[in-house]
Design a binder for this molecule. Structure first.
Ligand code: ADP
Ligand code: XUL
Length: 523
């Protein structure tokens, strides 16, 4: 028997699908549609709507609805084996919220295959746009909720994270404050993940513990809605939220709409969706504590699995539920690749030249340090951008190229210490992971071997693997996670870079100096 599972990923810029053959341990089909290109009528740029207030970043939820139709049609036209799919799950960009009126539940329950999804669901919104994770317009609401919960440390201890502008609770509070009538008309609030799951299942979906933790509304220890946080956010909120669920919860059978329109297996089950970061934990196979991924993209993120919940009292990092039922940690840097590019461009170099410069200086850069806050930073919290140098001549190309990379890696070491998990294996992904000079410094600063892993669609793959796990568990064969991920998320052969013992000793000292310089600058 061929057991196929479908994983979808509703991200900021695109909707993607991966079908895996679970027994053969391979991806048998994948596709993706880009919102701007495929659905230009919604007027998005990079999947988002621009606003005169640059802090406000929304997307049209009806575009995500239509994208689902377009994606399934494409799969059908491509001859994707939809009739053999046993279960579907998905991944959504985290934090974004969808506001549904009193018509939504009924409309979802009777999707008419004679009409398309847009016709079926056009009238179900109490707010036509959805604030997404790139929105940073809720500082006032963050402060209000944080104060009601007792400050940064207390907020992090209760909800897993300090309040962040992009998190759903502060966004809901802003909607309630600025559009009280719209808030009143809202019967259900969904996350991007639970909204997409609701369409597939034809009923309002629960929110899983992974994505629920990105709202500042869930008690991170009890994995239940937190009454005090709900009260601090908006009145009557509890009745507008769906239940929370384990990340392997089967919602039910797939809506007949998808069977009739696209030939999806009528027995296919839908599982609760989760956030893209929790799904990537599975897609990258990070199921043992100590296995960490460092994604070197536009922004840099450091994330991994955590068995026992420990939060960041300084409120810089986040703890979410992991799809395994454990926890996951995440720290996210705005000054990632773009900061490296700035230094590279200041010295008129290409990446090869940049690397030659990096390698022209010894580990520790003769004590030269740079704080790379070209942009306001999340980790550590920096509101005023600024690049600061210590024992470093701004004109010295070699020293500055080395300093930016060492700074980013030392910052990750210092600001991941609250997790109290020494990495034993680091998987590097993202654009800059092609750069071995950067990876060597990563290995030396972290004192840990680094391997490259190239899973471009780790979130969609993670969703497909979650579908497989949930379906097997529901059928009485719950497999260990090590078995679920085996063979799907392997590092690139021979890509391992080992730490160099003498460099490790240099960085053990230099991180102290970096930390002092950072603290002194932040004061
Ligand atoms: P995104 O986060 O947008 O998905 P990617 O993972 O594709 O981004 O990474 C893109 C970034 O990778 C670019 O900002 C680029 O500067 C960086 N990058 C690409 N190649 C290299 C390299 N050889 N060395 C360092 N950085 C690189
Ligand atoms: C995580 C975050 C982003 C989004 C979009 O906290 O805001 O990673 O999940 O990818």
């Amino acid at each position: 028997m061929t057991r196929l599972f479908l994983g979808l990923d509703s991200s900021t810029q695109s909707l993607s699908a991966i079908v895996i053959d679970y027994d053969a341990r391979r991806i048998v089909y994948e596709t993706s549609i880009n919102f701007d290109k495929t659905l230009p009528q919604y007027g998005t740029r990079n999947g988002t709507l621009r606003s005169p207030d640059t802090l406000v970043v929304h997307s049209p939820p009806l575009m995500w609805v239509e994208a689902l139709d377009v994606l399934f049609r494409q799969m059908k036209n491509d001859g994707a084996p939809l009739d053999k799919v046993m279960a579907i799950s998905g991944s959504g960009q985290q934090h974004g919220s969808v506001y549904l009126n009193d018509r939504a539940a009924a409309a979802l329950g009777r999707l008419d295959p004679a009409k398309d999804l847009v016709e079926n669901l056009r009238d179900i919104f109490s707010r036509s746009t959805s604030p997404i994770w790139m929105d940073s317009s809720t500082s006032a609401e963050c402060a209000e909720i944080r104060e009601a919960l007792g400050g940064i440390k207390a907020t992090a201890q209760q909800t897993g994270s300090d309040t962040f502008e992009r998190f759903t609770g502060p966004q809901i509070r802003k909607f309630f404050k600025t559009q009280p009538k719209g808030y009143d008309r809202t019967e259900n609030i969904a996350l991007v993940s639970s909204f997409m799951a609701s369409i597939l299942a034809g009923r309002i979906s629960p929110i899983d513990h992974g994505d629920g933790a990105g709202m500042n509304l869930m008690d991170i220890q009890k994995k239940a809605w937190h009454p005090r946080a709900l009260g601090a956010t908006a009145p009557g909120l509890q009745s507008k939220l769906p239940p929370l669920a384990e990340p392997w919860k089967v919602i039910g059978g797939v809506s007949p709409y998808f069977v009739k329109q696209f030939g999806l297996n009528p027995d296919a089950q839908t599982l609760v969706w989760s956030g893209d970061n929790p799904c990537s934990v599975i897609g990258l196979g990070l199921i043992a504590e100590g296995n960490v991924a460092i994604s070197l993209g536009t922004s840099y993120t450091y994330f991994g699995c955590m068995k026992r919940c420990r939060v960041d009292d300084r409120g810089e990092g986040s703890v979410f539920g992991a799809p395994t039922g454990d926890y996951m940690t995440l720290i996210c840097y705005k000054n990632g690749s773009l900061a490296c590019e700035k230094i590279r461009d200041q010295h008129a170099l290409d990446w090869e030249g940049f690397n030659q410069m990096v390698e022209s200086r010894p580990p520790g850069n003769n004590g030269g340090i740079l704080l790379p806050w070209f942009e306001a930073e999340i980790v550590p919290r920096v509101n005023q951008p600024g690049v600061h140098r210590f024992d470093l001549d701004p004109k010295d190309a070699g020293a500055n190229c080395r300093a930016i990379v060492e700074a980013q890696m030392m910052s990750m070491r210092i600001h991941s210490a609250w997790m109290k998990i020494k990495p034993t294996r680091i998987y590097a992904t993202g654009g800059a992971s092609a750069n071995t000079a950067i990876l060597q410094i990563m290995a030396d600063v972290m004192d840990c071997p680094v391997s490259r892993i190239e899973v471009s669609k780790s979130a969609a793959l993670g969703a497909a693997l979650r579908a497989a796990h949930g379906w097997l568990a529901d059928n009485g064969h719950k497999p260990p996670w090590s078995e679920v991920v085996a063979g799907f998320a392997d590092p690139i052969p021979n890509s391992e870079i080992k730490p160099d013992a003498s460099a490790v000793r240099v960085y053990d000292k230099l991180v102290e100096k970096y930390s002092q310089f950072e603290q002194a600058t932040l004061r």
